[in-house]
Design a protein around this ligand. Structure first.
Ligand code: FE
Length: 262
């Protein structure tokens, strides 16, 4: 994950704006922090932003002949690549579910489509909001060194964020493997546009990390009550019921969906 072999060869997506490069012919460095005085290149100019006619200040070799000496932004590049891979897999998986199973189900909101919103690494694990025509969930995926392929679908786990504890349900799918999901909205009828749903998803990602959203009540009692209500609901032949107590997700989604409807 640190740099790559051989010349850069114009592979701009492989180096970060902070990459320090060097000419492979004469070893002259290009450091973006310094720029290039001899060509009036200002400090702060990334190697990939150099003008087309720029060449090695010493031997005039073309930029394609430069190698990565050091790239302090390499971890960011790797992180971006990982998040891209994860969100692509989520999109592919749930678009397939949509096409295969959900398209003709009456409760779906056909104004919406599957989209991954706000994904970032949280303690090394990809975390974001997955929205679709039939649900909006917080989704947590394993860190690179973790294997969640043996998660038990339906098992529950409390995950803590600055705004409080949240109940996630374990699940597995072909393309994405094991993942954990916290339901934010289980019906999407209140959203009149994709943009409105994306706005709410982004707001959730902010609220999740805001300690001020921590309610004054006893968190564990709250969760326990919600869990007991869930179990009771399951016992009642899986009939849909309204949560008798405010759940964690209502704290961060409170009124958001309905507010976007008009
Ligand atoms: Fe050179």
């Amino acid at each position: 994950m640190t740099g790559f072999e051989g010349s850069y060869l114009g592979a701009a997506d492989k180096i970060s704006p902070a990459a320090i490069m060097e000419c492979k012919i004469c070893w002259t460095p290009y450091d973006p922090a310094e720029g290039d005085d001899s060509r009036q290149i200002d400090p702060g100019t990334a190697f990939t932003d150099l003008p087309d006619d720029w060449s090695c200040p010493t031997c005039s070799a073309a930029p394609e002949q430069f190698l990565v000496r050091e790239d302090p932004g390499a971890a960011d590049i790797a992180e971006t690549a990982r998040l891209d891979a994860v969100t692509s897999a989520l999109l592919a998986e749930f678009t397939e579910v949509w096409n295969a199973k959900m398209r003709d189900v009456p409760i779906v909101n056909k104004l919406l489509r599957v989209q991954a919103v706000g994904f970032r690494l949280h303690e090394g694990r990809p975390l974001g909001v997955l929205l679709s025509p039939w649900f909006m969930n917080l989704v947590l995926l394993p860190a690179e060194a973790e294997d969640w392929s043996d998660l038990t679908p339906g098992a529950k786990e409390i995950v803590h964020f600055p705004s409080g504890p949240y109940e996630f349900v374990h699940n597995t799918r072909d393309q994405i493997g094991g993942y954990k999901a916290c339901s934010l909205f289980s019906a999407m009828g209140d959203f009149s546009t994709q943009a409105a749903a994306v706005d709410v998803a982004n707001a959730v990602m902010v609220a999740l990390f805001d300690a001020e959203n921590r309610a004054e009540t006893d968190r564990s009692a709250d969760i326990r009550a919600a869990r007991e209500a869930d179990l009771a609901a399951e016992a009642e032949d899986h009939l849909p019921t309204v949560d008798p107590v405010p759940s964690r997700r209502q704290v961060i989604t409170g009124g958001l969906g309905a507010g976007e409807a008009g």
